[in-house]
Design a protein around this ligand. Structure first.
Ligand code: GRF
Length: 192
């Protein structure tokens, strides 16, 4: 990948659809001295994404794109990203699948966080599936985004033990805690 860091911080757009705890965590990380990133934009496909409140709270630009027509939405997002000179995209609970064409425009510059130890449990309901299969461990993964869902090169993972008392809600909470450690660590690994 082309070297993005130097003296300047890498300009990031974070894409969200939900609560935004990873977004909040990344914003906090971006304000630390060691952070190679600056979060310049928050993008969502829905006004109901709770995480949008962090845009106002931390004074970051936000924009919501209507995905009724995916092609138009992606076209408008690309224009917006270029206008703001965004170098890199972090997906954090973004529930739309980006097209191959879009990904090509940001080749090697989009990462995602996924709540399982990929390549296990691509897609949704990862915790339910791990419990149902009596797995001893699950975890989370930061990976590059390619045209194939949850299949790009893995940057980093963290493991979480599954206990006999676990249900998907309890497990999701513990995995999310690890996600908050993993995402900044993965970004440091990429840019340092
Ligand atoms: C996380 O579990 C992430 O791994 C998945 O969606 C969830 C987003 O959570 N892709 P939040 O919105 O960051 O709290």
């Amino acid at each position: 990948m082309e070297k993005l860091t130097g003296l300047k911080k890498v300009k990031i757009a974070v894409f969200i659809s939900g609560t935004g705890s990873n977004l909040k965590n990344l914003i906090k990380f971006s304000k630390t001295k060691k952070s190679p990133i600056l979060i310049d934009l928050i993008i969502s496909n829905t006004f109901s994404a709770k995480g949008l409140m962090y845009a106002d709270l931390f004074n970051i630009k936000k924009k919501i794109f209507n995905f009724k027509n995916n092609i138009t939405a992606e076209k408008n997002i690309l224009i917006f990203l270029n206008k703001h000179k965004i170098n890199f995209i972090c997906l954090a609970g973004f529930m739309k699948i980006l097209s191959k064409g879009f990904i090509k425009k940001f080749k090697g510059k989009i990462i995602n966080i996924h709540p399982s130890l990929l390549p296990k449990y691509k897609g949704l309901n990862t915790h339910e599936r791990a419990i149902k299969n009596n797995d001893a461990f699950t975890g989370c993964t930061v990976h590059y985004v390619t045209g194939k869902l949850d299949s790009g090169k893995i940057v980093m993972q963290r493991k979480v033990k599954i206990t006999a008392k676990d249900n998907s809600i309890l497990l999701a909470k513990r995995v999310l805690k690890e996600e908050h450690k993993l995402y900044p660590a993965a970004i440091l690994k990429i840019f340092n």
